[in-house]
Design a protein around this ligand. Structure first.
Ligand SMILES: Nc1nc2c(c(=O)[nH]1)N[C@H]1C(S)=C(S)[C@@H](COP(=O)(O)O)O[C@H]1N2
Ligand SMILES: [Mo]
Length: 395
């Protein structure tokens, strides 16, 4: 593919239709998200609409029955309303510079000339599950669908930085994409990683998702992938990598996307944290995919409870399941292992008798990190991983 263009009118049309619907419905769906409305954006299937400008689209639960999330079902999150809707690979260049021996201007062909690395990794927004916070917090009211499991391919960031030649005394590396703020007063989305993190082997500049090009809304033509860490660092439509001789001072790292500097990243509900640090590795979590909440199940048949579980780069060692609201637990069977950054599917066969049941699932990773029974709280609504409770009726 040489050139990609999605029709800007398609974005506006979608946005227009939905604005009208929102006005009729009274409250904007974006406020607290109880009202689920679907929207279809270019290259995407029907997804749950949080906001249309910028696009914030959530993946419906049923897609998580699949080990790998199809590209058109992967959630979408942009901060700024000016997002790229067309990129011409004949002119697109990834610039690499700053505190380096050389300045690079990499074409897609150059990027593809680096050794190609592939792995499966969960991409998850820091605010996934924010709508479950109590007390509630501001920000996109995501359910559980701001996540996906994707096979990423691209060039190692380290190889790119080595080619540019990082100068001694460098501290941070910053990443900027093609999106831009609607007003000069809004800070451009630029993210940074500490240099030692940026040089880790597994971080890539990905130009493929599931062996195909990236959808425009997921960062065509290339994005950063920081497996194990929250997606805020996974800068889309990457255009500039800058090596810095001092700490990065940009808004999106210094002021936004920070968590309390406590072992749980949490504080007492409603309180203001003292010291904060940039959000980083994902917490361990599981999700019950089947059955969905409120489902009616036939008695005496064999029912397969299933879900997914993942952690910030340390695999899942065990998932336990309860069908009696946490009184007793049994071990789930784990599906194929796609590596430490992937989610694993888990299965729990069940032959239920008539009655009401509360299903729960709790995952533990290979270094003993697990999930809390009470939601951990922080003001921005990050790190959500409370053990779920699903109510079902068997009849
Ligand atoms: N250029 C750019 N990259 C970005 C963002 C953005 O607003 N602009 N948002 C980040 C955040 S917070 C998330 S959750 C992910 C979302 O990636 P997706 O839209 O492919 O799901 O992109 C990250 N990369
Ligand atoms: Mo995010």
């Amino acid at each position: 593919m040489l050139q990609k263009k999605v029709n800007r009118r398609d974005f506006l049309k979608t946005a227009g239709t939905l604005t009208a619907a929102a006005a009729l419905g009274g409250i904007p769906a974006s406020l607290f998200g109880e009202e689920k409305r679907m929207a279809k954006f270019p290259e995407k299937t029907d997804l749950i609409l949080l906001t249309s400008r910028p696009p914030q689209l959530e993946t419906p639960l049923s897609f998580f029955k699949q080990l790998i999330t199809p590209n058109d079902a992967v959630f979408v999150r942009w901060h700024l309303s000016r997002i790229p809707t067309s990129v011409d690979l004949r002119t697109w260049r990834l610039k690499v510079g700053g505190n380096t021996e050389r300045e690079l201007q990499l074409s897609m062909e150059d990027l593809k000339s680096f050794e190609k690395v592939s792995y499966t990794a969960v991409i998850q927004c820091s605010g996934n599950g924010r709508s479950f916070f109590e007390p509630r917090v501001l920000g996109g009211q995501w359910g559980n669908g701001a996540m996906a499991n994707v096979t990423w391919s691209g060039a190692r960031l380290k190889d790119i930085l080595d080619k540019a030649g990082v100068k001694p005394g460098s501290v941070d590396v910053s990443f900027d994409g093609l999106d831009s703020p609607p007003l000069p007063s809004v800070p451009d989305l630029v993210k940074s990683l500490p240099l030692d993190k940026a040089l880790e082997d597994d971080i890539i500049v990905a130009y493929e998702m599931n062996a195909s090009y990236l959808p425009m809304l997921n960062g065509f033509p290339a994005r950063l992938v920081v497996p194990g860490w929250y997606a805020t660092y996974w800068v889309k439509s990457l255009s500039q990598i800058t090596v810095l001789p001092r700490q990065f001072q940009g808004f999106w790292v210094k002021s936004a996307y920070r968590i309390p500097d406590t072992p749980c990243g949490c504080v007492a509900p409603g309180s203001v944290p003292g010291k904060t640090v940039p959000i980083n590795r994902m917490t361990t979590r599981s999700l019950i995919v089947e059955p969905s909440n409120g489902k009616r199940i036939k008695a005496n048949g064999l029912y397969q409870i299933m879900g997914v579980a993942f952690s910030g780069g340390y695999s899942i060692k065990e998932v336990v399941v309860s069908i009696d609201g946490g009184k007793s637990w049994g071990e789930a069977l784990l599906g194929p292992d796609k590596g430490r950054y992937s989610w694993v599917q888990w299965f729990y066969p069940w032959k239920p008798k008539a009655g009401k049941y509360t299903l729960m699932a709790k995952a533990t990773n290979s270094i003993g990190e697990s999930q809390p029974f009470e939601g951990l709280w922080n003001p921005a609504g990050y790190l959500w991983n409370k053990v779920q409770k699903i109510e079902v009726v068997v009849e």
